[in-house]
Design a protein around this ligand. Structure first.
Ligand code: S3P
Length: 447
């Protein structure tokens, strides 16, 4: 019998067996969104910031390196805690490389647009250079920012000539935490009140962390109000586990007979828990334990056990609350009885890959019936078994991890390539998958 997971630098092979199950306890890695923000606010504050539990994956590494290039001292992200010692903001002599990270580029644009007299160039990898930047460039230009780039300044590489900005009240056409955060970070240095209104609430980590660092910020009914000019003070930030990473194990546990997985220290900020609500509505057996607040963010341990699932309809204001979990949700849908319809999710077309086409194409290869819509997917689940095959990850971390979970429940081996992209958000993913496949005791005593 081959090992369940065979890993090479180019591809990973998943070799499922009929008696394979998933059991054990997983400390999911730190939240990616919170890790970026802790590094950035640490550099804006006076005094040292310590960050415990940061995610040391490629995306936060991109943010850390850009901030070092801008004059700040940050310990290697593998340290725990990571120390951020803010320095004088300097004009970098090199192009800032945001790698694969949309959060790095969009939030840095907000942070740098108001550094009057300094000039910055930002770029990223092939995927990031193809992603829309207009959504942050438009409001920042309304604040007085000078930004140039390809396609009218809406695609990287981008150049920013820092200006004195003026505050705005912005009605965002999309529910995007990156847009909201870029405007708030620009508003911090403005004289007066900056407001952002969104059509539906997106993740609020920036607001929570700005308040913890001493900013004068309030939010209610989808509107955030920030008074510019506050002096931020360095803090001790504790980063919770990432719900977006936990989601792979939540679905893996829900669809694998005999599975019993305990996920510890997972962030359960309500702006991120859409996936829990949808899986519960599908019939998943999920229980939350030890709910607590740590450094302004709610945390819990979450246990998932196998149970039969049923299809659901997902759309509207729920979408921003599970935006990064949709690829793995389509895998749950493939194993649920009946039809799952996902709508209002056109944003997925401009993520690290076009995630709607990616999941539709690859699930179809595995034998699932999927219909693609401009803004979503209909997945006809549960009727046939999946057959292992060659799978394309589009070099997108969340597509790779979602397909790995689907392949684990297929008949016959699947080979996924490229597989190194899990480094973007979850470097330990393959190792944790191997561990869960071993015949572990159930984690029942731990909760
Ligand atoms: C993020 C916000 C979301 C999410 C992304 C991380 C953030 O993007 O998809 O992975 O850290 O602010 P949008 O703001 O574009 O929806």
């Amino acid at each position: 019998m081959p090992a369940p997971i065979q890993l090479t630098p180019q591809w990973v092979q998943i070799n499922p067996s009929s008696d394979l199950t998933l059991r054990g306890t997983v400390a999911v890695p730190g939240d990616k969104s919170i890790s970026h923000r802790a590094l950035m606010l640490g550099c804006l504050a006076q005094g040292t910031t310590t960050i415990t539990g940061i995610l040391p994956s490629a995306d936060p590494q991109s943010t850390a390196q850009c901030l070092r290039d801008l004059g700040h001292e940050i310990s290697p992200l593998t340290a725990d805690p990571v120390l951020v010692q803010p320095g004088e903001w300097r004009e970098p002599l090199q192009v800032l490389d945001c790698g694969n990270s949309g959060t790095t580029m969009r939030l840095l644009l907000g942070l740098l647009a108001g550094r009057a007299g300094q000039f910055f160039c930002l770029t990223g990898d092939d995927s990031l250079r193809g992603r829309p930047m207009q959504r942050v460039v438009t409001p920042l230009r309304q604040m007085g920012a000078e930004i140039w780039g390809r396609q009218g300044g809406t695609r990287a590489p981008l150049a920013v000539q820092g200006q004195v900005l003026k505050p705005i009240a912005y009605d965002s056409p999309i529910a995007s935490a990156q847009v909201k955060s870029a405007i708030l970070l620009a508003g911090l240095g403005c004289d007066g009140i900056t407001q952002v209104r969104e059509p539906a609430p997106s993740r609020d980590h920036t607001e929570r962390m700005l308040r913890a660092f001493g900013a004068d910020i309030t939010w209610e009914h989808g509107t955030v109000t920030l008074q510019g000019g506050a002096v931020l003070r360095g803090q001790s930030v504790v980063v919770p586990g990432d719900m977006s990473s936990a989601a792979f194990w939540l679905v893996a546990g829900a669809i694998t007979p005999g599975a019993d997985i305990l996920l510890t220290n997972v962030g359960v900020n309500p702006s991120r828990t859409g996936i829990l609500e949808v899986l519960e509505a599908m019939g998943a057996q999920i229980t939350c334990h030890n709910q607590r607040m740590v450094a302004g963010e709610p945390l819990a341990d979450i246990r998932v056990q196998y149970s039969a699932l049923e299809g659901v309809a997902v759309g509207g204001a729920l979408i921003p609350r599970l935006i990064d979990e949709i690829p793995i949700l389509t895998v749950a849908a493939a194993f649920a009885q009946g039809k799952t319809v996902i709508r209002d999710a056109a944003e997925l077309r401009v993520k690290e890959s076009d995630r709607l086409t990616a999941m539709a194409t690859q699930l179809t290869r595995l034998g699932v019936m999927v219909e693609e819509h401009p803004d979503g997917l209909t997945i006809h689940g549960g009727s046939q078994s999946l057959m292992g095959t060659e799978l394309q990850t589009y070099d997108d971390h969340r597509i790779a991890m979602a397909l790995a979970i689907a392949a684990l429940r297929a008949q016959g081996a699947s080979r996924l390539a490229p597989a190194g992209c899990v480094q973007i958000s979850y470097p330990q993913f393959w190792e944790t998958l191997q561990q869960l496949c071993q015949n572990n005791p159930t984690p029942s005593d731990a909760v």
